[in-house]
Design a protein around this ligand. Structure first.
Ligand code: IMP
Length: 524
């Protein structure tokens, strides 16, 4: 029997004969009438062609109409995820942190201020001593902090006039521990004025051979400090998210939809806030619509991210009210029991696809919030139309997340809890308890929890973790064959990028199998 073989050298040309490309378009994949709601694990993206190195892939993206970042990473406004330290590090690494509001307005504003005032390499709240402190006290501080090099200020606190500096050399050989610091401190100081750049400050440290360089304002008040020991450690952050005008790091914060949140926002604005997230599990409420309108009238320059939404109808309301960005997700969070308790929500893949298909027509960027537990999920969220991803559990348990580490079953852990967990809702040190208002539970006698409280394993610093996500995302785009997130979106819209639905057994196949034991290390 003769088989008519086609000419191998024309394989690509023969492809044209097929009516459709291999795989499914996003629209076909997401046809909920035939397939129901999909989550990230329910599908895969088919590979394209690689003709560029992964390092050229640009991950630049918008998080609101006016704010563009170099990475699509946002940390969630949860009290076990984002406070000042996380927000600073996220912004340095090219993302943005949204500071939670399960605290007083003053505390939250203080955190925003800390992010806005942060200058890479500068010690912004140096430990200071008073001239009346004793040598014995400073020796004890040396033991406690593991270093000795404390600026001396008039009042022994900040802000206050710098009057000297006390270092190891000043106290080392003094046996009389009752002497005051004013008697032994170094008074001839080399200082620099506020506004000095890191490079200029480092040059002064090198040429003067000093260990510390206090930075003072025009009235000689101590503002910050540079330390010689940090010289080598000062990293550069080429992707950092900064305001084009002030060069300060960008910072976000969440608020609720009750009256007290208006006062809260005033304080946050005074602290220098760049973007506000209206934090509600069900965003399509009159409270939120009124809040958006009020913000747009009162602070027209402030970017507002509204949500959460999972349907086109919810999105339309918020877009019409003036939202500059949307937050998508209901029930997909790793600590979330909303779908179980409220019977409301939507599988996250379908939620992201349906909302972004609508919102993108209006130029309103969307963030896929919740359910991200690996790099693959991030790529899939972006391929379905999201502009960025918001992460809670992925960033919990890192050095920068709030809370102390503790040990359990031989593992080093940190608490990670839902803002709708009873624990979070019971937090009482707030005026308009943020956590309850997220779930419209302010007046409830019995809290109906929508989240749980748990623990996650120590992940180390996000200084390593975010670059791992960044590199992974670049490699994934390379496999798909796109050089930027913008092309990823465009080629999904044009049905050039194709998808495959994943059966339950396909999901098993895609995981690790048939090993007696293994160690899953994600990065070095
Ligand atoms: P994760 O990244 O999967 O851990 O999800 C984090 C997201 O879950 C947050 O950004 C919120 O949208 C959502 N979330 C936070 N707390 C709760 C809760 O208690 N119940 C339901 N969803 C929550």
């Amino acid at each position: 029997m003769s088989v008519s073989l086609k000419d191998c050298s024309k394989a690509l040309a023969y492809l044209q004969e097929y009516a459709e490309k291999d795989g499914l378009s996003a629209e076909q994949l997401m046809d909920s009438k035939t397939r129901g709601g999909l989550t990230y694990n329910d599908f895969l993206i088919l590979p394209g062609k690689i003709d560029f190195p992964s390092s050229v892939v640009s991950l630049q993206t918008k998080i609101t109409k006016k704010i563009t970042l170099n990475t699509p990473f946002v940390s969630s406004p949860m009290d076990t995820v984002t406070e000042a330290e996380m927000a600073i590090q996220m912004a340095l690494l090219g993302g943005i942190g949204i500071i939670h509001h399960n605290c007083s307005a003053e505390q939250q504003a203080e955190m925003v201020k800390k992010v806005k005032k942060f200058e890479n390499g500068f010690i912004n709240s140096p430990i200071v001593v008073s001239p009346q402190a004793t040598v014995g006290e400073v020796k004890a501080m040396r033991e406690k902090f593991g270093f000795c090099g404390f600026p001396v200020t008039e009042t022994g606190s900040l802000p206050s006039k710098l009057v000297g500096i006390v270092t190891s050399r000043d106290v080392q050989f003094i046996e009389d521990n009752s002497l005051t610091i004013s008697e032994v401190m170094t008074k001839e100081l080399v200082t620099a004025k506020v506004g000095v750049t890191l490079a200029e400050g480092n040059d002064i440290l090198k040429t003067t051979k000093k260990g510390k360089l206090p930075i003072v304002d025009e009235n000689q008040n101590l503002v910050s400090m540079l330390s010689r020991t940090d010289l080598m450690k000062n990293q550069s952050y080429p992707l950092a998210s900064k305001s084009a005008t002030t060069k300060q790091l960008l910072c976000g914060a969440s608020i609720g939809t009750i009256e007290a949140d208006k006062e809260r926002l005033q304080l946050l604005m005074q602290a220098g806030l760049d973007v506000v997230v209206i934090d509600s599990s069900q965003g399509n409420s009159v409270f939120q619509l009124n809040m958006i309108k009020w913000i747009k009238q009162t602070f027209p320059e402030l970017e507002v991210i509204a949500g959460n939404v999972v349907t086109r109808e919810q999105a339309a309301s918020l877009i019409e009210a003036g939202a500059d960005g949307l937050r998508i997700g209901m029930g997909s969070g790793s600590i979330c029991i909303t779908q179980e308790v409220m019977a409301c929500g939507r599988p996250q893949g379908s939620a992201v696809y349906n909302v972004t298909q609508f919102a993108n027509q209006f130029g309103v960027p969307c963030m896929a919030d919740g359910g991200i537990s690996n790099i693959g999920h991030i790529v899939k969220a972006l391929a379905l139309g999201a502009s960025c991803v918001m992460m809670g559990g992925m960033l919990a348990g890192t050095t920068e997340s709030p809370g102390e580490y503790f040990f359990q079953d031989g593992k080093r852990l940190k608490t990670y809890r839902g803002m709708g967990s009873v624990d979070a809702m019971q937090k009482t040190d707030t005026k308009g308890n943020a956590s309850t208002s997220r779930y419209f539970s302010e007046s409830d006698k019995v809290f109906v929890a929508q989240g749980v409280s748990g623990a996650v394993v120590d992940k180390g610093s996000i200084n390593k973790f975010i670059p791992y996500l960044y590199g992974g995302l670049q490699h994934s785009c390379q496999d798909i064959g796109v050089r930027s997130l913008a092309s990823l979106r465009e080629e999904v819209d044009n049905s050039v990028i194709r998808f495959e639905f994943r059966t339950a057994s396909a999901q098993l196949e895609g995981g690790i199998n048939n090993l007696h034991s293994y160690e899953k290390r994600l990065h070095n």
